[in-house]
Design a protein around this ligand. Structure first.
Ligand SMILES: Cc1ncc(COP(=O)(O)O)c(C=O)c1O
Length: 429
């Protein structure tokens, strides 16, 4: 007998332990996906406006075929010679600045960030790391220290090496040219140097997705990049969420923000759900790392993973999905602006390409976050067959980040439904 929803919730707690998070007050039991659509166990269809891992669409036939073909031929690891990893790294690095020409393949974004931090220590000889105070970069003992929300009492005492700069917030604290953010980072750099720990690296998502994707002009990160490089540190751009064309204007968000990082880390969308991550860096940094650490990853860079990742690049290119992200994203912004003119709870509208959303407030003057209201909106949308979520420091920003084949018609269904839900949901209870 298949488990009911109640059975599933109970057995998760019994078999997986407490605090294993689910989305929504009534979690969804999804059993099938195709393109931008999901189906639950009762056969109900949902429009997926949230999942960025199935980047080229759920169960994309090209990716499924690539996995099947390679898995039925051979799967080993990188201690044997094989072409696919070389073809993939060549193709991937060709999308970035010429200096970023070598890579390590991993299985997760966390591993990629873990390597990046160790590369920074190997290169600079220093351990001080700066990230924002409202982000997430992964779950290893080292990388989990980058998230202020993680419990500091566990983590092998590594927290002494981490400093948190206030996350950029274009709505509440305008910083049009990025100089205030650069100054704030510089203060932490000075403090790290004075403390004797020294400054190793700044780690940021170049589009600040977990922080609520503040709206800044292209090139906004240039001042902070200058500060980091002048201080002899490394700029690590975590493109786990922002990369592979999501912003529509550029293939990489760091390009959009006007910087050339020393290290780029990758994950989630890279192989459409097959567990693939990666670290791209310069030849010199790679040399320092490879000399300082003996690194091997049993599954990272295996032929099946590389075939899946290659199929994602093929699909993006052939279906011109980055241009699609731009077109649909512009349409979404228009629709969101129009909703803002009619729904007082929408305080700010933001986004580029297929990452967009709106910040909900109790009052436009005070900008007080409407966090509970946002939660109720998301739950109501789920009951109407629209899957999305919330993010940001106050968890009051709608997080809409669909698979890249998302169309204007899909966006219209999302916003028509959101219009109805906003009209029906009281701002305070
Ligand atoms: C920006 C960012 N970096 C890294 C990670 C960690 O990736 P993974 O869960 O594959 O380890 C995440 C996951 O949510 C992320 O959002």
């Amino acid at each position: 007998m298949p488990r009911t929803t109640d059975d599933l919730i109970r057995d998760r707690e019994r078999l997986l332990g407490p605090n294993v998070a689910t989305f929504y007050n009534e979690p969804v039991h999804i059993v099938k996906g195709e393109g931008v659509w999901l189906w639950d166990a009762d056969g109900r269809k949902y429009l997926d406006c949230y999942n960025n891992v199935p980047h080229v669409g759920h169960c994309n036939p090209r990716v499924v075929e690539a996995i099947y073909k390679q898995a039925s031929t051979l799967n080993t690891h990188t201690r044997y010679l094989h072409d696919t990893i070389l073809d993939y790294v060549e193709r991937l690095t060709a999308t970035m600045h010429a200096s970023l020409d070598t890579a390590i393949m991993t299985c997760t974004g966390s591993e990629a960030n873990d390597i990046a931090l160790r590369m920074s220590e190997a290169t600079t000889g220093k351990r001080g790391i700066i990230s924002t105070d409202a982000t997430y970069h992964g779950n290893t003992a080292l990388v989990s220290q980058l998230s202020r929300s993680n419990i500091p009492s566990v983590g092998f005492g590594l927290d002494q090496y981490f400093r948190f700069v206030e996350a950029p917030d274009s709505y509440r604290n305008p910083d049009p040219d990025g100089s205030l953010f650069a100054e704030a980072v510089l203060e932490h750099i000075h403090e790290l140097e004075k403390s004797g720990i020294g400054f190793g690296a700044l780690v940021i998502c170049p589009y600040f997705l977990n922080e609520g994707f503040p709206e800044y002009k292209d090139g906004w990160l240039k001042p902070v990049s200058d500060v980091v490089k002048k201080a002899g540190g490394l700029l690590i751009c975590d493109e786990v969420q922002s990369g592979f064309g999501r912003t529509g204007t550029h293939f990489w968000a760091h390009e959009k923000m006007g910087v050339v990082p020393d290290i780029v880390t990758l994950g989630k969308p890279m192989a459409n759900g097959h567990p693939v991550g990666g670290v791209v860096t310069t030849r010199d940094i790679m040399k320092e790392f490879r000399s300082g650490f003996r690194y091997f990853n049993t599954f990272g860079g295996n032929p099946v993973s590389c075939s899946a990742a290659m199929a994602v690049l093929d699909e993006l290119e052939e279906k011109d999905l980055v241009s699609n992200a731009l077109t649909v994203g512009l349409h979404a912004r228009k629709r969101l602006d129009e909703l803002k003119s009619r729904h007082i709870a929408i305080g700010d509208v933001r986004g580029s390409g297929l990452i967009f959303g709106a910040e909900m407030v109790l009052d436009r003057e005070s900008m007080e976050p409407a966090s509970d209201f946002t939660d109720r909106v998301i739950n109501a949308m789920r009951h109407r067959g629209i899957i999305h979520s919330k993010l940001g420091r106050h968890k009051n920003t709608l997080k809409i980040r669909p698979p890249m084949p998302f169309s204007i018609e899909n966006a219209d269904l999302l916003f028509d439904t959101l219009d109805e839900v906003l009209a029906e949901t009281p701002v305070s209870t």
